[in-house]
Design a binder for this molecule. Sequence first.
Ligand code: PLP
Length: 414
Amino acid sequence: MSSTKAQTQFNQVLKTEIESIKAAGTYKSERVILSPQNSAIRVAGKDGKASDQVNFCANNYLGLADHPEVIARSKHYLDTHGSGLSSVRFICGTQNIHKDLENQITKFYGTEDTILYASCFDANAGIFETILSDQDAVISDSLNHASIIDGIRLCKAKRFRYKNCDMNDLEARLQEADKAGARLKLIATDGVFSMDGKIAPLDKICDIAEKYNALIFVDDCHSTGFLGPNGRGTAEYFGVQDRVHIVNSTLGKALGGAAGGYTTGCKEMIDLLRNRSRPYLFSNSLPPAVVGSASAALDLIESAKTNGLFDQLWGNTTLFRKLLGDAGFTIKGDNHPISPVMLGDARLASEFADKMLQRGIYVIGFSYPVVPKGEARIRVQLSAAHTEEQIRQAAAAFIDIGRELGVIGAKSKL
Ligand code: PLP
């Protein structure tokens, strides 16, 4: 560790910044999990004692993060293709399994081609500046994920922002883009907004896009693999798969939970991305073990209707929302596994979450600036891995603590 004057000054600047985060109440400390990701996890305590928790925080929607078939293929690819490529794709980092996974994803969506990235954050960072120029316009939902916002910041297109899922505002921004003489117009939206469990109205977005001759980009991280009759995501949920032009998504949530992301769409776009997209060109290939877990997860999703994964996930979601709704809680969003239990006050949300943890239910309170002021909440995420008993255990804890803290009436029923 350096002891130079520059290091001392640097430390002081960093300390001041960290203190300001703490003073704002937004400092994040990480809990350490000692087990694989699952609905039941073992968590290291601050006092050094570990505890067993029922986990309602993961994006492990289908419970595939430690599925035996996912682990088996991951291990198999490690044996057959090694730990990694030590290379970017275009130098010597493309293996047959990368091409196979890209083809598998293309087939999954019925698109023309797919490109893999180290993460969906990278896919979002790399797409806008590659496909749009200063002659074009991007019209973005105000609640889009940080990685979409960063990706758009990198591109030279004219930028317009519409109010979250507000179709009148979207239309007004498209008119502005037309007035500004935009060549291509690209509407960018999350498929599902992760803080709210709200599903973007893609059917309406498609109608408006077609009226204004605009393209549609969807970040489907919180719907890939389970939303829609076959788990194809938000577009399939609304029956508009053939009207959406670009889908970016992650392999790090429902699709095995390891890491990785992708863009899927027309072959010309994928060709251009392979040649120009900076996070693809200048970053290492996906490790074979990660390719293996995603590919096995996609196979499991192909048979999700018969292997019970979808029934389990949606049954759990409906049960949890009903138990808490009947007890008098307000749950935001559409009928999505992201089920935000609204509490309003930031301190209340944090106290509530701490008490839940003491009851063995692992949930996190979210408050400003992650969500708007006065809209603090506990974001519960359901998974196919949860048992009915675990859902009822969580609901009982919510109700007891809700009564104790005066969030719901004393006579609320379970
Ligand atoms: N987009 C959305 C909507 C997300 O929720 C996330 C992850 O939290 C990402 C992109 C980034 O995905 P990844 O973890 O693959 O980088």
